[in-house]
Every structure is written in structure tokens, then in C-alpha cells.
Ligand binder design. Structure first.
Ligand code: NAD
Length: 281
């Protein structure tokens, strides 16, 4: 997708901006002319992304911030620091922070589920559509933040409404797993399904303020998290993807940029799949 300057003069905030999809989104939005706030629980990663952003000749357009989307205090502080610096709330917000912690339903203890939900609904780094225990990916980990998304969406929406800004666009990175489920990811799938319900409801409530809310549902995307998946599992996943390959973080970012821009001015409450056709229909 060519850059078109669609976001010139817009202020954008990206959670999970320190890695993978969030980092690609930061770069894409900056290349479209936006000033970008890179927010991540890992400050060093956020700063690394910041240094890689285009369009900041004087080093003042963008900023990096340490922020934990699972913490109301942290999210509120983030919005306060943004408004202190830019004298406005972000009119574009992309929620890309997410984490996972996989296990089979039959093996999952209450504490494990609670912990995962607590983390998933509050924090976040990563992969999904990624095979887990069943498909011999040794690991565990990843799920996203329902609570985190709630805290961020509410904080941004409140700030936008209070400022009287004429429009806003909030994009949340869900997952195709929220629609179709995935072995070993009962907690993750539930949180991602929740993110869609949250987004659609926010879209209904916030449209009268000119704020659009949409989801992007990635499939199997190459990021630092999925880099850990074995070749065998990657091969298995690829065989299920009609386009025959994993997606790139930039390809998810392209869709986020579209939803953020006025090109999507009549799109709200939508979930756009970026899966290479995985699980279509
Ligand atoms: P990633 O691990 O590369 O990046 C996630 C980022 O979120 C990290 O920089 C991490 O530090 C940050 N983060 C984690 N917890 C946080 C918190 N509490 N507050 C703020 N930041 C936090 O992962 P990714 O693959 O780029 O995933 C990004 C989003 O895309 C996630 O929501 C993930 O669930 C979703 N997703 C990924 C895939 C995939 O295949 N990679 C597929 C579908 C959906």
C-alpha cells in the first residue's frame, strides 16, 4: 500500500508499539504524516521504535512512553502526558498490546484460567492463530488484553469527547482466533472474542461523537512471538492458509492505517480479517 499522507496533522497513539504489529503500525502511521505516541510496557522497545520512525526531522513529532495497558493509573497517566505535550488527545488510537498463555481446557486449573484472563484482559504481548500444545509448539504464551483495550478505549474516548474533537478512530487488534477458536487457547480466544464485542458496542455508543471503532483480526503473522514457532508447525499452518504464507506485520499495519484514515469514514463496528484467507467462511 502506498503512503498518501492521509494522517497529516493527526495525533496517533499505539499501544504495544514496541514490537511486531504495533511497531509496524507506528511506522505506517508516521509515514502517513501522523505524529505518533509509541506506548509499550517495555520502555526500551518503545524507544527503539521511536528512533525508527520517519518524518521527524527535528525529533519532536513523535514520543515514546512506558505504559501498562492493564493498569488504569498507567493508562490515565499516559493520556495526561500526551495532552500535556500535544495539547490534544490522540484522534487515532491503535490497541496492539496483547499477550498469550496457552493450555488445553482439560489441563487448565482455575488459577491458570484466572491468571490468564487477568493477564489477557489486562496486558499483553502476542501470537495466536499459532498452534499451541496440540500442534507441538512447545510453549505457551500469548493473549491479549480485553481489560487493557477497555481501559485504553475508555480513556481515549473520554478525552476526545471532553476536548470536543470532531472525529476519532480507534482500532483494536483482535484475532481470527476470537471467531474460530484455537486448540490450547481457550483463554486467548475468549479475550479476543470479548474485544470484538467491546469494540462493536463502543462503536454504537461513540458514533454520535464522531468516533469510529473497528477491529482488525490477524491470522498467522510473522512477529517476534511467532518467530519462536517451530518450522514444522509453521509448515502446517501455511498449508491451511489459502495465500500460502504467513502474513507480515506491515500487512496488518496497512489495514490499521486504512481504518484510522478518512478513507474509512463510513466504516465503524467492523472486524476486518487479515489472514491470507485462513478460516474464511
Ligand atoms: P509482540 O509480542 O511482537 O508485541 C506485543 C507488544 O505488546 C510487545 O511490545 C509488548 O511489550 C507489548 N505489551 C505486552 N503487554 C503490555 C501491556 N500490559 N501494556 C503495554 N504493552 C504491552 O506481538 P504481536 O504478534 O505484534 O501482537 C500484537 C497484537 O496482535 C496482539 O494483540 C496479538 O494478540 C495480536 N495478534 C497477533 C497475531 C500473530 O500471529 N502475531 C495474530 C493475531 C493477533
Amino acid at each position: 500500500m502506498a503512503t498518501t499522507g492521509r494522517l497529516v496533522s493527526r495525533l496517533a497513539m499505539v499501544t504495544g508499539g514496541g514490537s511486531g504489529i504495533g511497531r509496524a503500525v507506528c511506522r505506517r502511521l508516521a509515514s502517513e504524516g501522523a505524529s505518533v505516541v509509541v506506548a509499550d510496557v517495555c520502555e526500551a522497545s518503545a524507544n527503539e521504535t521511536l528512533r525508527s520512525l520517519p518524518g521527524d526531522l527535528r525529533g519532536q513529532a513523535h514520543m515514546a512512553a512506558a505504559a501498562d495497558v492493564a493498569s488504569k493509573e498507567s493508562v490515565d497517566n499516559l493520556l495526561t502526558s500526551i495532552q500535556a505535550r500535544y495539547f490534544q488527545p490522540p484522534s487515532v488510537c491503535v490497541n496492539a498490546a496483547g499477550v498469550t498463555q496457552d493450555n488445553f481446557l482439560l489441563d487448565m486449573e482455575d488459577d491458570d484460567f484466572d491468571r490468564v484472563v487477568r493477564v489477557n484482559l489486562k496486558v499483553g504481548p502476542p501470537p495466536d492463530a499459532v498452534p499451541s500444545p496440540a500442534s507441538d509448539s512447545s510453549s505457551s504464551s500469548s493473549s491479549s488484553s480485553l481489560q487493557g483495550s477497555f481501559l485504553v478505549i475508555r480513556a481515549v474516548a473520554r478525552a476526545l469527547v471532553a476536548s470536543g474533537a470532531p472525529k476519532g478512530s480507534i482500532v483494536t487488534v483482535g484475532s481470527i482466533v476470537g471467531k474460530v477458536g484455537n486448540m490450547g487457547q481457550v483463554n486467548y480466544a475468549a479475550s479476543k472474542a470479548g474485544v470484538e464485542g467491546l469494540t462493536r458496542t463502543a462503536a454504537k455508543e461513540l458514533s454520535r461523537f464522531g468516533i469510529r471503532c473497528n477491529c482488525v483480526l490477524p491470522g498467522f503473522i510473522s512477529t517476534p512471538m511467532t518467530d519462536k514457532v517451530t518450522e514444522k508447525v509453521i509448515g502446517k499452518m501455511k498449508s491451511l492458509i489459502p495465500l500460502g504464507r504467513m502474513g507480515e506485520a506491515t500487512e496488518v499495519a496497512d489495514v490499521c492505517a486504512f481504518l484510522a484514515s478518512d478513507d474509512a469514514r463510513y466504516v465503524t463496528g467492523a472486524s476486518l480479517e487479515v489472514t491470507g484467507g485462513l478460516f474464511m467462511g
